[in-house]
Write a protein that binds this ligand. Structure first.
Ligand SMILES: CC(C)(COP(=O)(O)OP(=O)(O)OC[C@H]1O[C@@H](n2cnc3c(N)ncnc32)[C@H](O)[C@@H]1OP(=O)(O)O)[C@@H](O)C(=O)NCCC(=O)NCCS
Length: 282
């Protein structure tokens, strides 16, 4: 028997974020013109993302995280964005190229956030305190040879941004169980590794955003938006200061795509060989 066709509404967009008419734009229930001139960008981001205006302390914390994570000189995203720009693409294409490097190892707000959120839930479920669960999480990761998301920095080793973010979070009264767990895990690394593995800025941000009830995936959005700000600057500088392609031997600085950096003696693939004659179609 043929299935009865369900009556469907004609297509229309469905959203709880905003609507507009010919004369008005309304965001999360507020007239956009009332928000303009009254909210800073962090407060606006919070409203759009979470649906409500932030408390003063949450607004300050979100702005502080976004300021802190906006620019970081040369890291995977800025380097990639500049190389994409060196191909002569428009600004937005190179910025998008840089954004694509934000993943499990660079700008990973979501992974530490998920680990701290699961850790706090597990501590409650197992009747353990945060120090005990921190010890277990670090030990388990060490046994499985897993790196802890949000810990260590390849360039700084001890990330200079972390302590400041912790200070701001504590001063604003935002810091809660997730940051406490993160700090206890940092202590625990000393007992399970041969050295202290420091929390990086991404780890501290993931913990603080968890203390502000951000879902892990949404916390990654905070990183995306923050770093996008500086990728615009890197791409714009690349377009206006460098001449493209990044291979010129006439530049005063050796360029990343200089032929000298890819000499045959750096190649470790198969040795030069003859193309098989039975595959020659010409
Ligand atoms: C980013 C990352 C790949 C950099 O690695 P790296 O500096 O090249 O690290 P190395 O391979 O030199 O590791 C140095 C030592 O620290 C340890 N280590 C590095 N990061 C670690 C982590 N996140 N958790 C546990 N141990 C870590 C390594 O095991 C190594 O120890 P060993 O000398 O006893 O072997 C790595 O730190 C990582 O995966 N971090 C988690 C993801 C993250 O937070 N990324 C955001 C960075 S801002």
């Amino acid at each position: 028997m043929a299935e009865e066709k369900k009556q469907r509404e004609p297509f229309h967009w469905r959203t709880g974020i905003a609507y507009k008419t010919r004369d008005r734009i309304v965001v999360r229930g507020y007239d956009l013109n009332d928000l303009t001139g009254n909210l800073d960008l962090g407060e606006m981001a919070y409203l759009v993302w979470r649906g409500e205006l932030p408390s003063k302390s949450h607004a300050k914390m979100l702005n502080a995280i976004m300021v802190c994570l906006a620019e970081h000189a040369f890291s995977p995203s800025s380097a990639a964005a500049r190389l994409v720009a060196s191909g002569g693409v428009p600004l937005h294409a190179a910025v998008a190229g840089g954004m694509l490097t934000i993943g499990d190892l660079h700008g990973t707000f979501d992974r530490p956030a998920a680990m701290f959120q699961n850790g706090v839930v597990r501590a409650r479920a197992e009747g353990k305190n945060l120090e005990e669960i921190a010890e277990i999480l670090v030990e388990e990761a060490r046994e499985k040879k897993q790196r802890l998301p949000g810990f260590h920095h390849p360039q700084h080793i001890r990330d200079p941004r972390s302590e400041r973010l912790v200070q701001v979070g504590q001063k604003l009264g935002v810091a809660g169980d997730h940051l406490s767990l993160a700090l206890a895990m940092e202590d625990a690394t000393e007992r399970h590794h041969s050295k202290r593995i420091w929390l990086n800025a991404v780890g501290v941000s993931g913990a603080l955003l968890s203390d502000m009830d951000f879902e892990p995936e949404l916390s990654k959005g905070v990183m995306l938006v923050s770093r996008c700000i500086s990728l615009v600057a890197h791409v714009y500088e690349e377009m206006t200061r460098e001449k493209g392609w990044r291979a010129s031997s006439r530049e005063t600085i050796t360029q990343p795509l200089d032929l000298e950096l890819q000499r045959p003696d750096f190649y470790d693939g198969p040795k030069d060989r003859k193309f098989p004659s039975d595959r020659n179609k010409s």
